[in-house]
Design a binder for this molecule. Structure first.
Ligand SMILES: Cc1ncc(COP(=O)(O)O)c(C=O)c1O
Length: 387
């Protein structure tokens, strides 16, 4: 491949896209493979972005995000957590995914190790590989009532090359919501070993069984600790197509963040940022409605899928995914493909969420309850036919 880096030439599609490619847009398929609902972004958010366009906000702008949005984010954190965050600590580089990339750029050089608390969203592993970093998986323990963190396993995975730990709560795909005590223990471990922490809190408002918002590392970390708290608009306000997210970063990195935002994306689309302000300031009604739907749907999944004799499923505490283990299955990709072919339901293969997930599949339950019910019926039909 000549000058192309070997790890880039070797990249493979994830076990989400590998199943979906080829059937995308097929009207017969009920799509539960991606992390989004079937709800169009609420109209008050669309209107704010349209107004920004009509006002001529179509130019380059400050790469760390426009000040009115960063100020609105500062107020949002004050309202939600009672925290004073200076807008200098907030950068809006583009999507939450881009914030993952930037946080890794800050913390991991070629050959450095990054511990990924799994099961995790596969794009994070891909971002480590692209960065030239080595990902080390530490899986949550499953059950009996909930997923939980094995801090000793994390400690045992730390080597002299470890630079950072990535953790996502509420979690895609498990629905685990980390308690404040678990967060503090992990943060202390990072402090003890001088590690950076990447806390992906993009599902902070998607809480199914506990208080909203979910506990945040922002409530624990000092303003100049090497802690990056990532968040975004996709999941709470149905804005997946807007590619808009924010990161709260160490105070001393303001200039570095401006340069990184500039050389990665030169900032998020400016009219989208005005939509973001409307989401923060007028979006609580939508967040409550959407949460009610997801809670109802989680109950439905537990009732229908959770009771199937082949299924081991812990009740999700947050986000909007079920991550069942299917007894007897050893090839999650083959199962996801079979479900697509026989039942026309799109699900994601478990193996892609890190080591130890070959018997799992992930399904997103954020779509309308009626369609979800139909999809569950079809999926259960396939499970009934498994040998
Ligand atoms: C854990 C996690 N982090 C980040 C993202 C990406 O969010 P965004 O759409 O803002 O890039 C996702 C999307 O599915 C996710 O599940």
């Amino acid at each position: 491949m000549g000058p192309i880096r070997a790890e880039i030439a070797a990249l493979e599609l994830s076990g989400i896209t590998r199943v979906a490619a080829g059937a995308l847009g097929d009207p017969e398929v009920i799509p539960l493979w991606f992390g989004e609902s079937d709800i169009v972004t609420p109209s008050f958010i669309r209107t704010a972005a349209q107004r920004a366009l009509d006002e001529g906000r179509t130019f380059y702008n400050y790469p760390r995000g426009v000040l009115p949005l960063r100020e609105a984010l500062s107020r949002y954190h004050q309202r939600l957590y009672g925290l004073e965050l200076h807008p200098d600590r907030i950068t809006v580089p583009g999507s939450t995914m881009l914030s993952v990339v930037i946080a890794l750029q800050c913390l991991a050089s070629r050959g450095d190790e990054v511990i990924l608390i799994g099961p995790y969203w596969p794009n994070v592993r891909q971002a480590c590989i692209v960065q030239g970093a080595v990902h080390v998986d530490v899986r949550l323990l499953e059950g009996p009532q909930r997923w939980h963190l094995d801090l000793d396993a994390v400690r045992a995975a730390i080597t002299p090359r470890t630079k950072a730990i990535y953790v996502n709560s509420p979690s895609n795909p498990t629905g685990w919501v980390m308690s404040g005590a678990e967060q503090l223990a992990l943060l202390e471990l990072c402090r003890e070993h001088g590690l950076g922490l990447i806390a992906d809190e993009v599902y902070h408002r998607n809480v199914l069984t506990g208080p909203d918002p979910a506990p945040s590392f922002l409530e624990l970390a000092g303003e100049d600790e090497p802690v990056f708290v990532l968040n975004g608009f996709s999941k709470a306000w149905a804005m997946t197509g807007w590619r808009l997210g924010w990161m709260v970063h160490p105070k001393s990195l303001v200039t570095s963040m401006a340069v990184l935002a500039e050389c990665n994306n030169t900032g998020a689309a400016i009219f989208a940022q005005y939509g973001g302000i409307a989401a923060l300031e007028e979006g609580e009604g939508f967040v409550a409605e959407f949460t009610a739907r997801c809670r109802r749907n989680a109950d439905l999944v537990m009732e229908r899928l959770g009771r199937h004799p082949r299924v081991r499923l812990l009740r999700p505490e947050g986000a909007f995914y079920a991550f069942p283990r299917i007894e007897g299955v050893t090839d999650s990709l083959a199962l996801a493909r079979r479900v697509l072919a026989e039942a026309k339901v799109g699900i994601a293969a478990g193996y892609t969420f890190g080591d130890g997930n070959e018997s799992h599949v992930r399904l997103c339950f954020a779509i309308s309850t009626e369609r979800l019910d139909e999809a569950l019926g079809r999926l259960i039909g396939v499970l009934d036919r498994l040998e």
